[in-house]
Ligand binder design. Sequence first.
Ligand SMILES: Cc1cc2nc3c(=O)[nH]c(=O)nc-3n(C[C@H](O)[C@H](O)[C@H](O)COP(=O)(O)OP(=O)(O)OC[C@H]3O[C@@H](n4cnc5c(N)ncnc54)[C@H](O)[C@@H]3O)c2cc1C
Length: 399
Amino acid sequence: MIDFEPTNDQLAIQEMARKFAREVIRPAEVALDKMVDPDEASRSDIFRNTIKQAYKLGFHNMGISEQHGGLGLEPLTTALIWEELAVGGIGISATLLAGAVAPRFISIMAADRQELIDKYVRPYCEDTEGTNISAWGSSEGNIGSDGSNYYDPDVHHETTATKIKDGWVINGVKSSFVSNGSIANLFLIFACVEPSRGICGSGVFLVPLDKGVNRGKAMDKIGMRALNQGEVAFDEVKIPEDHMLMPPGDNYPVIHNAIKTVGNLGVGYLALGLMRAAYEEALQHSKERVQFGKPIIQHQAVAFKLFECFQAIEAARGLLWKASWVLGRQFMGDLKMSAAARVFATNMAMKYTVEMVQILGGYGISKEYTIEKYMRDAKLLQIMDATNQIMTIKGANLL
Ligand SMILES: Cc1cc2nc3c(=O)[nH]c(=O)nc-3n(C[C@H](O)[C@H](O)[C@H](O)COP(=O)(O)OP(=O)(O)OC[C@H]3O[C@@H](n4cnc5c(N)ncnc54)[C@H](O)[C@@H]3O)c2cc1C
């Protein structure tokens, strides 16, 4: 059986992540959250310097194999790191998670295409400036949850990939939800090749930032404001033949669900770290704030709420670790397990960030404290990368 004892190496890297999260990510997130214009936030020195420092420490390439220039860390080690980073802030952490999607996908799905590895994966892994950031785009105006609607021939991506003699031409618009959409320089795009096959008629294409790629304004939103999200439009963008990473066809659901399995873990660890941040702040406050002549933690109603939050954190971590452990042993992981972990962790994060605000009373809703931010951030996690309802349907179908 497995145990819960991290190795010395894991403890060292976890400590490094904890320090970076508290000293760099958290103050940056708080400042970025307060910026009124989200475009200004993504262009700001605060954002750029934070990403640059994260790249210098290698937090951008942890899951990419050593053979391709990454750190090659296995899922249970990255689990410890993502949790710590997310305690600092889930906007910056999500920027790093989404930013790695395209190089990671190439490294796994096109491992034998040396040209692509040399052109996109190695420079990304070696980047210490934070200038190479990727984004992935399935969502469109009419494709939200329908991205998982594999068997209705009338539902397909409106972004198209048309075959030409020596490559493909991409046209269409991906929605303003695309993480890193207005700052990325490499896009992993789901585009329709054979409309008669519905969503399964889409392939996965690699589109570098080039002539015809237009990045939109950053979306203004209630939470995760440090994460840039923006529309990306493709106007007659020509890409080489080998930039099709996955052809359309019956394999679509398998690959899409494998992406979701990994995505679920990322979202789950964001939720876990967020919940811990809220819990730690509320716990400290409850020991300092005196009402009715004693610290409020000595009122059972308050202590019970904190203990329930502690239970939720431990339970979410247990589920997530199990799903990460399976991913480390099994090529595509286990969708049912990762969906269970993600839905549980994000629902608990939503529930307990609200409860932790309650423990701070009036201070909880003041912008002078960070706890109200955690509550706003939590809502996005129940929607990100497919909603919890869609993930529940997927998990239930696998029972
Ligand atoms: C923080 C964040 C980051 C994101 N990053 C990206 C990204 O990088 N790239 C990208 O392509 N997209 C991204 N998205 C978009 C995300 O994938 C979609 O928002 C999500 O899939 C839901 O689509 P929608 O918003 O269009 O909602 P809709 O699909 O319109 O759903 C609306 C509501 O109806 C419910 N619903 C729909 N169909 C069903 C059904 N069959 N049964 C039960 N309920 C149903 C949904 O659960 C939801 O509650 C991101 C979203 C967020 C919040």
